[in-house]
Design a protein around this ligand. Structure first.
Ligand code: ZN
Length: 261
């Protein structure tokens, strides 16, 4: 898949006439219908007036094919994280509501116990010695706390995923770091889950998350990997770099005209 062509088809070509003649000459060809300017993104010669002009240093930012593909993948990751975060957050809210009703359940049970006692006495059932009542009581007395912790964890994790997803959608570098750290942090938990019970969904999620971490670390040059931030910066082509990138870009039309000579 040619990501540059896909992007040009969707957003239109980016042509630019630099004021520097020696650079402009390398971006323009004379055709039967007039001048055609080389698209800074896909390298095709477009038989129209340049989209913009000015000093080479002011040329617009042009993400090249690899970057366009990477941005697409990152947006997809961001969307996935955002939706997952939203679901987890809603589940957290549901547990929070359950916690409230659970507390009232304890209150109800506490107030109901003295009322139940005469009936229990009638059938000779000692409630204080009852294993079931003790178990229920202990469960209800410890559960609110457990539910409270679960609520906090779910809401926090949901929020984290929403923030991460939003940041990834807007191509923020901090979000890439956050995604790597947060995803890595949950990998041991996912492995633990797998040791408990292996399901296709769990195994799939683990594989996807490990792949996402490795992919982010490498292609986004995080933690100094693969050339580090300097290399990541170099990938962003704008100004003179975008002009030079376009000049050196292979062009189909250029080949066609040289062949016909
Ligand atoms: Zn183009």
């Amino acid at each position: 898949m040619d990501w540059s062509l896909r992007s040009c088809a969707r957003n239109g070509h980016i042509t630019y006439r630099p004021d520097e003649t020696e650079l402009a000459q390398q971006l323009v060809v004379e055709t039967a219908v007039g001048q055609a300017w080389k698209c800074l993104r896909c390298g095709a010669f477009i038989p129209e007036n340049p989209f913009a002009f000015g000093p080479a240093d002011n040329a617009p930012e042009v993400p090249h094919a690899g970057q366009i593909r990477d941005r697409f993948i990152i947006r997809f990751l961001g969307l996935e994280r955002g939706i997952r975060g939203l679901i987890v957050f809603i589940v957290g809210l549901a547990v929070w509501r359950l916690q409230i009703s659970q507390e009232t359940l304890v209150d109800h049970l506490n107030s109901a116990l003295p009322l139940l006692k005469p009936f229990a006495d009638q059938i000779g059932w000692n409630m204080n010695d009852s294993g079931i009542i003790n178990f229920l009581s202990s469960l209800l007395s410890t559960s609110p706390h457990t539910l409270y912790l679960i609520t906090i964890a779910l809401l926090a994790y949901g929020l984290l995923q929403i923030v991460e997803g939003t940041g990834l959608w807007y191509q923020k570098r901090w979000a890439e770091y956050l995604a790597v750290v947060a995803t890595s942090a949950f990998i041991p938990l996912e492995i633990f889950e797998l040791t408990h019970k292996i399901t296709f969904l769990r195994a799939g999620a683990l594989v996807v998350n490990i792949a996402a971490v490795i992919w982010l670390l490498w292609t986004k040059h995080l933690f100094g990997l693969n050339g580090g931030a300097a290399a990541a910066h170099d990938e962003s082509v704008k100004g003179r770099a975008a002009i030079n990138y376009a000049i050196n870009m292979h062009s189909r039309l250029e080949m066609a005209t040289t062949e016909s000579h």
